[in-house]
Unconditional design. Structure first.
Length: 166
């Protein structure tokens, strides 16, 4: 279980334990999924700021430090952007950008993350952005790249869906 919604709602061991202790379910723990958010990030992930320094730098791979920068979501399932908005902060310690920039997830202590575009899922049925030779299928993932079909000037690196082999 996680505190907020995402494109991937994992059913973790923790979720299955909660279901079992309710007395209503006998879960199959072999079906549990991994939670990647904060995995192996250490105590500072929970107790420290998500962005620090000048210029701002994300303190772990879950977060992004440049609003609207293009990239990939944490699990490389979708191309997306560093999603932010504007508004009033509930805690001045979370005013990382100094100008009322808000992360859309109210559970994140105002830590922005790359949110995948709804039409740029790298799996089957995804659609290309138009500038890169992308691949969509069960054997594709998002990579930050500037590979192009032609020579466009000043084309920044961004999330693209490519085929991979393990």
């Amino acid at each position: 279980m996680t505190a907020s919604t995402s494109d991937r709602m994992a059913v973790s061991n923790m979720t299955l334990v909660l279901a079992e202790v309710s007395g209503w379910y006998k879960p199959n723990y072999a079906m549990a999924e991994q939670l990647f958010w904060g995995k192996n990030a250490g105590c500072n992930f929970l107790t420290g700021p998500c962005l620090a320094g000048s210029p701002l730098v994300a303190q772990s791979e879950e977060f992004c430090a440049v609003p609207s920068a293009k990239g990939c979501d944490l699990e490389a399932n979708s191309a997306g952007l560093c999603w932010t908005g504007t508004g009033t902060l509930s805690n001045s310690l979370w005013n990382y950008f100094g100008n009322g920039t808000l992360a859309p997830d109210s559970f994140s202590d105002n830590c922005p993350k790359v949110v995948g575009y709804s039409n740029r899922f790298c799996g089957p049925g995804g659609t290309a952005g138009g500038y890169s030779p992308e691949h969509f299928g069960t054997d594709s993932a998002c990579f930050v790249s500037a590979i192009l079909y032609n020579n466009l000037v000043d084309y920044p690196a961004q999330g693209q869906c490519y085929q991979y082999q393990v």
